[in-house]
Structures are given as structure tokens and as C-alpha cells.
Design a protein around this ligand. Structure first.
Ligand SMILES: NC(=O)c1ccc[n+]([C@@H]2O[C@H](COP(=O)([O-])OP(=O)(O)OC[C@H]3O[C@@H](n4cnc5c(N)ncnc54)[C@H](O)[C@@H]3O)[C@@H](O)[C@H]2O)c1
Length: 327
């Protein structure tokens, strides 16, 4: 099989590339990435050593370049991880989120349809459903209404609707996964866990929004990659699958656990003004992917978090390289 992986120089896309190269020795991967502030070639260093991997610098919104790439490479699968992914940035500058996350997805859908791609898979998010009260045990299913709260999640919801419209209108072979918060190696230190680690290692204050009690469900990135791989190969065409870790924790609990693993003082925690429109709690019901595809998350959260913290401590060179470009 030949994969197009867009956004592969970012956090989850790079982990997916490493997953495919390790798990499917016959498969080849082409990564298309614009190398925005969030994309770093250093993240793909190990992939470059593999002859089954190649990299193309480019923008998913550039129709001419995308069409040329699809015509040349004849992909079996196209997996779209490319996105503007940071909620805070979407609040201060929403337009690029619409361009990349919506128009870019449409350009890829069109090319997938026109150049015989067997399956287009869209990487979406649990944030498209909006939030839930902290005191409810409810969880969103794949048929829950889309009630996105931020410009980021609204752009992801718009992309999901387009993907389903291409399926219904043109018969495109598509699937969507909506995952909860990922953690693991190669995540930029603008996101909660690596930010906490980076700041704690430097002895700097760690900002926590509002009362710190906003709840997220944490999924190890490797479990997410396994889910996407399964959906591509065995998931039904036109289906949407929720993918969650079943590890609901308040942001302040995450920060405290990371500090404890690092042996750092909680006095570094600094509460700051809440994010505008801050979603309170996310939770997804994953019974569909469990029953249809037999997927379950394999990483125990405590062990996964400890391993993740150790990875960042060991890879300060990577952390410095991506920070000097971005932060
Ligand atoms: N990180 C999470 O916890 C999480 C959870 C659920 C869903 N998602 C979704 O997963 C996907 C990947 O997220 P991530 O955290 O790895 O993001 P990331 O910000 O780490 O990486 C995004 C990548 O996309 C590339 N990119 C951005 N605009 C592009 C464009 N126009 N053309 C080509 N490449 C472009 C960047 O250079 C970068 O390499 C996103 O679609 C995001 O919405 C993320």
C-alpha cells in the first residue's frame, strides 16, 4: 500500500508515519507538509533513514501541486492530519484555520476522488461535539450533534461535514476518526503536557487556565495511530469512529502529575485568566470502534504519562530545536 500522510511533520502525523513503517514492512509513505510553525523535519529524522519514506514540502490548499502529487504517486490511502491545531491560536487569528482545515480538506477530497484513492481518512477531534458539564457522566456518540465552541473546532466540524458530503454526493470512499486529547512523543510545547514539562525543567511558571478543572480525556498517540490504521484497512466506507482513551482528568491534575514525576514543586503553578469560550469537559463513547473493529486503547495512562515525561527529559535536543523555531 502507498499512503499519503499530510501534516506528517507534526505530532500525531509523525507518530502515524513511524507506526506504518514499523507495522507494515511492504508499505510506502509520502508525507506532504507545509512546515508551518508546527511542522519540523527533525521530528522525521528516523523516517528519512527509511527508503520507503519520502517527503514533499507543500500546502494542502495548493490545488495544482496537490493534483500533480496525486497524479504522480497513485496513492492507495490519503490520511489528512494537516491542520492548524491550537485552540488559542484560533481565537487570536481564526482565518488560517478556515483556509487550512476546510479548504485544504476539500482540495484533498477532490484529488482523492479524481485520482482513484481507495480511502480518504480525515483526522478529526472530539471537540466538534462541543462540551459537557463536569458533573454529568454523559459521553458523545458519533450521532451526537456538532456543537463546536471555538474557531478551531468549528473549522474541524466544517471539514467533517464536507467529507460526508463528498461521500454522499460523489460516492467518495471516506472515513473519519474523532479522537480525544493525544499525549506522547513529538508534541510541540505549546500544548499542556510538553509545555508543563518544558517550563518545569526550566524552573519557569506553568500557566493553568481558570480554575484548572476543565476535563479532557487522554489517549496515548500510539493507540490513536493503531485506531486509524484499523479504520483504513477494516473500517466501513462512510463511517465515523470516536476514539478515546477513557482517561478523564482535570488539567490541574495533569499538571500536578507531571510535576510530581519530574520531582518539581507545585509552586510553579500559576492560575491565569480563563480561555475565551473554554470547553468544560470532553468525553466520547467508543463502543462503535470497539465492537466493529475490536480496538481498545492498550496504554495504561500512568505508565504512558511516565514514559512520555521520560521521553521529553531525554530528548531536550529535540525540544530545543522545535522551540527555537516556534516559541
Ligand atoms: N493533538 C491532539 O490532541 C489532537 C486531538 C484530536 C484531533 N487532533 C487532530 O489531529 C491532527 C494532527 O494534530 P497534531 O496535534 O499532530 O497537529 P500539529 O499542529 O502538531 O501538526 C500539524 C501539522 O500540519 C502541518 N500543516 C499545517 N498547515 C498545513 C498546510 N496548509 N499544508 C500542509 N501541511 C500543513 C504542520 O506543518 C504540522 O506539521 C489535526 O487535524 C488535529 O485537528 C489532534
Amino acid at each position: 500500500m502507498k499512503y499519503l500522510v499530510t501534516g506528517g511533520a507534526g505530532f500525531i502525523g509523525s507518530n502515524f508515519i513511524y507506526h506504518i513503517l514499523a507495522e507494515h514492512p511492504e508499505d510506502r509513505v509520502v508525507c506532504l507538509d507545509k512546515l508551518t510553525y508546527a511542522g519540523n523535519l527533525v521530528t522525521l529524522e528516523r523516517a528519512f533513514a527509511d527508503p520507503r519514506f519520502s517527503f514533499v514540502k507543500g500546502d494542502i490548499c495548493d490545488k495544482a501541486a496537490v493534483d500533480k502529487l496525486f497524479a504522480r504517486e497513485k496513492f492507495d490511502f490519503a490520511v489528512n492530519f494537516a491542520a492548524e491545531s491550537h485552540v488559542d491560536r484560533s481565537i487570536s487569528d481564526p482565518q488560517i484555520f478556515l483556509t487550512t482545515n476546510v479548504i485544504g480538506t476539500q482540495v484533498l477530497l477532490n484529488a482523492s476522488l479524481n485520482y482513484g484513492v481507495k480511502r480518504f481518512h480525515q483526522i478529526s477531534t472530539d471537540e466538534v461535539y462541543g462540551d459537557l458539564p463536569t458533573d454529568s457522566g454523559a459521553a458523545f456518540s458519533e450521532v451526537s450533534p456538532l456543537r463546536a465552541s471555538s474557531p478551531y473546532s468549528a473549522s474541524k466540524a466544517a471539514a467533517d461535514l464536507l467529507v460526508m458530503a463528498y461521500c454522499r454526493t460523489y460516492g467518495a470512499n471516506v472515513s473519519i476518526s474523532r479522537s480525544s486529547n493525544n499525549y506522547g512523543a513529538y508534541q510541540l510545547p505549546e500544548k499542556l503536557i510538553p509545555l508543563t514539562i518544558q517550563r518545569a525543567l526550566a524552573g519557569e511558571s506553568i500557566p493553568v487556565y481558570g480554575d484548572g478543572l476543565n476535563v479532557r480525556d487522554w489517549l496515548h498517540v500510539k493507540d490513536h495511530c493503531r485506531a486509524v490504521d484499523l479504520i483504513l484497512r477494516r473500517g466501513r466506507a462512510g463511517a465515523i469512529y470516536n476514539v478515546g482513551g477513557g482517561n478523564e482528568l482535570a488539567n490541574i491534575q495533569i499538571v500536578r502529575r507531571v510535576l510530581s514525576l519530574l520531582g518539581c514543586s507545585e509552586s510553579l503553578i500559576t492560575y491565569v485568566a480563563d480561555r475565551k469560550g473554554h470547553d468544560r469537559r470532553y468525553a466520547v463513547d467508543c463502543s462503535k470502534i470497539r465492537s466493529e473493529l475490536g480496538w481498545t486503547p492498550q496504554t495504561d495512562f500512568d505508565a504512558g504519562l511516565e514514559k512520555t515525561v521520560r521521553w521529553y527529559v531525554k530528548n531536550t535536543k529535540w525540544l530545543r530545536a522545535v522551540s527555537s523555531k516556534n516559541c
